[in-house]
Write a protein that binds this ligand. Structure first.
Ligand SMILES: N[C@@H](CCC(=O)N[C@@H](CS)C(=O)NCC(=O)O)C(=O)O
Length: 203
């Protein structure tokens, strides 16, 4: 399998964490690319994914998959152990809800970052992204005990990548202040080999 990849992309990291968890990481040939929603699309990615987004995966049988959640579920289909996308409805909907929360936080974080890097940021929009991220952190603080109690799943991975991206790109935010339970959960989850093996690198 081949994956359009970047060591700076939190969505790619999410997919790679799943690949490590299910034992597929060695089977993925990473194709490093630079993509940005604010630059011209990258022709090599565009040839495979008209949305220009990574991760974009080319499977061994020639399928092209994109959207990190789709790539993650594809990887999980190879998983011989406990599924990261559970099928039991009692586990599945909380897992998908947490996956959506983590993914939505990441969308807000990326837009927030790209707006603040413009010469004249649109302050209203920036405030909105900040409010979404901070409100999500407050919600997750209330759910930290439930996160700890739940079987490890795609929801944990998505949220862990969203928090890790705050550490990577928003050091001044100090998100741990006011969120001690979430911080403790994140400290534990960050020790997993899959998280350690996929640390962000700014190249
Ligand atoms: N919803 C997508 C978001 C992926 C995404 O935005 N990736 C960024 C890199 S972190 C990207 O490819 N940006 C390029 C662009 O938007 O043109 C997913 O979950 O895969």
């Amino acid at each position: 399998m081949k994956m359009y990849w970047s060591s700076r992309s939190p969505f790619v990291r999410k997919a790679m964490v799943v690949a490590h968890e299910v034992g597929l990481a060695d089977r993925i040939e990473k194709i490093p690319v630079v993509v940005s929603s604010t630059m011209k699309p990258t022709p090599e990615v565009m040839r495979n994914n008209p949305l220009n987004k990574i991760p974009t995966l080319i499977t061994d049988d020639g399928m092209v998959l994109f959207e990190s959640v789709v790539v993650c579920e594809y990887f999980d289909s190879f998983n011989k152990g406990a599924k990261l996308f559970p099928t039991d409805p009692k586990l599945r909907w909380p897992a998908l809800r947490w996956q959506a929360l983590g993914s939505g936080m990441l969308e807000a974080e990326i837009l927030w970052r790209s707006e603040t890097r413009r010469p004249n940021p649109l302050q209203i929009a920036v405030d909105g992204f900040e409010e979404k991220v901070k409100t999500s952190l407050d919600l997750l603080e209330k759910e930290a005990a439930a996160l700890s109690a739940a079987a490890y799943c795609i929801g944990h991975i998505s949220i862990a990548c969203a928090l890790a991206y705050l550490d990577f790109r928003f050091t001044e935010l100090d998100w741990r202040a006011g969120h001690p339970k979430l911080a403790a959960w994140f400290a534990e989850v960050s020790k997993r080999p899959s998280m350690q093996a996929t640390a962000f690198i700014d190249v």
